[in-house]
Design a binder for this molecule. Structure first.
Ligand code: HEM
Ligand SMILES: *[C@@H]1O[C@H](CO)[C@@H](O)[C@H](O)[C@H]1NC(C)=O
Ligand SMILES: *[C@@H]1O[C@H](CO)[C@@H](O)[C@H](O)[C@H]1NC(C)=O
Ligand SMILES: *[C@@H]1O[C@H](CO)[C@@H](O)[C@H](O)[C@H]1NC(C)=O
Length: 512
């Protein structure tokens, strides 16, 4: 009897141990199953595979290894997603695990060590600023309030083109003029500044913001290799500190001016610019979050970096495509002439009645998304399509590749706005349709889409309503070169320089 009992006990002990060993053993056995990956080099990992245009390099790799691949860039584990389905897994199905962005050296230094807004970790500060963007700064009501400001800037842009066309100059550098235009729009909305011969502040901001974009857009080896970080081989750290200092000096001056104005006219009833709203919140004791001066400066910098070149570059790509596709350009002009007429300029309120213009802009976003990669960070281990995505991995969602996916788009490399004209349910570009994601998707998607769409439609419409365009020095049917250059916002490799020829006689009077 006693023997039997001790046997039973022994058996139980054995069973429990066996189970325990088994689970322990199995645990060490369950290998992490990463998505497919090319051969890696020691130390560099896959860094050598990236060229100056990472979205193109990733696209090439995805053609060979599939829509979900894993890479090691130096010491950083990375995942690349290149199809609508994989994008949806990251941006929707597992959205919460991918709602932060990886930190990098440039961002850390430039945004006052606060990560600003665009790179803020998903948490209370980001949520507070996001709410502010959606309900106030970049929300529909504020955008409407600033419509007269944009109209004024648009008119002065058209006027400049008209002068150039009269002077029969060799050409207008649209890369420069469009970036001036979008910069003026954002800087008037953000802090009531524009560039002019007397007041150079918006110009100063534009130069600094360009420098910031170059730094953030440069592939900084220090982010991936500790050695480069320690010794700053590329001189990156120094350049960042210089740019940061320049931005800070300008911002401090503008903030002081605003503070003085505010003292003078307490309760004034002009339209508040973004800086006024932010200063209000920073002084409000009941605000959910007390904004510091650094937060305000970092946020304004983010708006400039995210909001100026993106819109300018998109308008450049649209006009480039239209110059190369004269039949489509003519069709868009006919639409404008029949809806708006020839006696006044296209206004933002006309856009809803110009479906072909809208199709042109969609097609431009499909082929030339100004922010070609959505950068996210994995904050908790998860499984996607049967593969393990480890916490802390950087995730690159290749929006550029998704727009060109031949599984979704017939003749995917051709510019054909008509593809959007007979949609049963019109494709939207704001993140509902995962095969066209120029603004990303989900809670971390672009908060500036409404503003960007107004500005881009109006700009392109005015450029083709008022002028016909010739390339370079205007001879023959020269084509625009469509090569992409390196940079944060998918810039053209060559600046877009072309000759405007006024097509409206008499020209609608432009009062400034
Ligand atoms: C053609 C114009 C634009 C394009 C193509 C574009 C595209 C994008 C994309 C793809 C993202 C990342 C989304 C994601 O990760 O899912 C983004 C983020 C952002 N964009 Fe835009 N954008 C444009 C214009 C603007 C404008 C005009 C503003 C504001 C003035 C703006 C402000 C921002 C900000 C602040 C973020 C960061 C949001 C966050 O991290 O929560 N963008 N944009
Ligand atoms: C056009 O403007 C861009 C951007 O400001 C500048 O980099 C470029 O040198 C200019 N090109 C010409 C031909 O003027
Ligand atoms: C930029 O725009 C402003 C306002 O329209 C204008 O006064 C200025 O001359 C422009 N600058 C350039 C370089 O075109
Ligand atoms: C992720 O990064 C954080 C902060 O750098 C670190 O504490 C954590 O251990 C990392 N997690 C993994 C799974 O590597």
């Amino acid at each position: 009897m006693a023997d039997l009992q001790s046997y039973a006990t022994l058996f139980l002990v054995f069973l429990v141990t066996a189970l325990l060993v088994r689970t322990l053993f199995l645990k060490s056995q369950t290998k992490v199953r990463l998505p497919p990956s090319p051969m890696a080099l020691p130390i560099l990992g896959h860094l050598h595979l990236l060229g100056p245009l990472p979205h193109q390099a990733f696209h090439k790799l995805s053609k060979r290894y599939g829509p979900l691949i894993s890479l090691r860039l130096g010491s950083v584990p990375c995942i690349v997603a290149s199809s609508p389905q994989t994008a949806k897994e990251f941006l929707k199905t597992h959205e919460l695990a991918f709602s932060s962005r990886p930190q990098n050296i440039a961002v850390g230094h430039l945004t006052y060590g606060t990560c600003g807004f665009a790179f803020a970790p998903y948490g209370p500060y980001w949520k507070f600023m996001k709410k502010l963007c959606v309900s106030e700064l970049l929300g529909g009501r504020t955008i409407d309030q600033f419509e007269p400001v944009r109209r004024e800037e648009m008119r002065s842009f058209v006027k400049l083109l008209l002068e150039k066309s009269k002077a029969q100059e060799t050409g207008v550098n649209l890369s420069r003029e469009l970036s001036n235009l979008t910069n003026n729009v954002v800087s008037r909305m953000a802090m009531s500044k524009r560039s002019s011969r007397t007041e150079g502040e918006a110009d100063e901001v534009r130069v600094v913001v360009q420098a910031v974009a170059n730094l953030v857009g440069t592939f900084n080896l220090g982010d991936y290799l500790g050695f480069f970080r320690k010794f700053d081989v590329q001189g990156f750290g120094k350049r960042i500190k210089d740019v940061h200092k320049r931005f800070d000096v300008i911002m401090e001056r503008i903030i002081k001016e605003h503070e003085e104005e505010r003292k003078k006219e307490k309760g004034g009833n002009g339209v508040k610019d973004f800086l006024d709203t932010l200063l209000d919140i920073s002084e409000d004791d009941n605000a959910e979050i007390r904004l510091r001066r650094e937060d305000i400066k970092g946020f304004i910098m983010d708006l400039f970096v995210a909001g100026t070149d993106t819109s300018s570059v998109t308008s450049q790509w649209a006009l480039s495509e239209l110059i190369n596709n004269p039949i489509m350009c003519e069709k868009a002009r006919k639409e404008i002439d029949s809806v708006v007429g020839k006696n006044r300029l296209v206004e933002e309120s006309d856009i809803a009645n110009l479906p072909y213009l809208q199709a042109i802009i969609k097609e431009t976003f499909r082929l030339h998304p100004a922010s070609p990669i959505s950068l996210r960070q994995c904050t908790q281990d998860c499984k996607i399509k049967g593969y393990d995505i480890p916490a802390n991995a950087s995730v690159f969602i290749n929006l550029w590749a998704i727009g060109r996916d031949p599984k979704y788009w017939d003749n995917s490399l051709e510019f054909r706005p008509e593809r959007f004209m007979n949609d049963q349910n019109p494709t939207d570009v704001r993140g509902q349709y995962f095969h066209l994601l120029p603004f990303g998707s989900g809670r971390r998607g672009c908060p500036g889409a409404t503003l960007a769409l107004q500005v881009i439609h109006a700009t392109v419409a005015n450029m083709i309503q008022c002028f016909t365009w010739k390339v370079g020095h205007g001879e023959g049917n020269a084509k625009v070169d469509m090569k992409e250059g390196p940079g944060l916002t998918l810039p053209r490799a060559q600046p877009l320089v072309c000759v405007p020829v006024a097509r409206l006689h008499p020209f609608p009077c432009i009062e400034i």
